[in-house]
Design a protein around this ligand. Structure first.
Ligand SMILES: [Zn+2]
Length: 215
């Protein structure tokens, strides 16, 4: 507020460029980069790229987009390491973070794999039975398919740790298939990762802003 008072206080300074006030952080979002450390996740069939690294790259881009949109973001991991020495310890810590108090949404970033190499495209899983999770996942998959120029796709019900554990509405985003050679290449392309991240963030923000009208 000080800067506004100062500006109003001195007349005849129309040329002064007013700094935009920072957007208040209206939303608190938990963001999980799947796997890490000893658990590399899915492996690309052509290049051998590991899912865990790609998940982190996309998650960091999503974080930047969400923060630019005025959200506060808590990442479950910011580096390549796992969250514990064992799968059990990792899941315990991840679960703790995904239950952080006051969160408006939780999302977990993954890359998919399937025996049929022609299967491709993003998917969004919600916890079966969660109407809010389904609404969030629907917004995210709609933004992804729209921005990637793909046919509409429904969100998928599932029963995954990262959608089951959070108290906030949660979505597991499968960005694409590492078993599809062309998609495996694209998922490593910074420009494609950026498109994915913008779409994911746009979907999450659309869900959160939609909810505001019902308050
Ligand atoms: Zn995964």
């Amino acid at each position: 507020m000080l800067c506004i008072v100062a500006l109003l206080g001195c007349g005849g300074t129309a040329e002064v460029q007013r700094e935009p006030l920072p957007t208040p952080e209206r939303y608190y979002i938990l963001l999980d980069a799947g796997h890490g450390g000893f658990d590399g996740g899915a492996v690309g069939t052509v290049t051998g790229v590991q899912e865990a690294g790609l998940n982190l790259q996309v998650a960091l881009l999503v974080q930047a987009e969400l923060e630019a949109a005025g959200a506060r973001v808590l990442l479950t991991r910011t580096g390549p390491e796992a969250l514990g020495d064992t799968k059990k310890a990792d899941m315990a810590r991840r679960g703790e973070l995904l239950q952080s108090e006051g969160a408006d949404a939780a999302l977990s970033i993954h890359m998919n794999k399937f025996p049929d190499p022609t299967v491709k495209g993003p998917m969004a899983y919600f916890q079966a039975g969660s109407a809010e999770g389904e609404a969030l996942a629907a917004r995210v998959i709609a933004a992804l398919t729209e921005d990637l120029g793909l046919p509409e796709r429904r969100p998928n019900p599932g029963n995954n740790f990262v959608t089951r554990v959070p108290t906030a509405p949660a979505v597991l985003v499968e960005c694409g298939f590492l078993s599809h050679p062309e998609e495996e290449r694209r998922l490593q392309d910074p420009a494609y990762q950026s498109t994915l991240s913008k779409a994911i963030a746009r979907g999450v923000m659309a869900y959160l802003q939609e909810g505001e009208g019902e308050e």
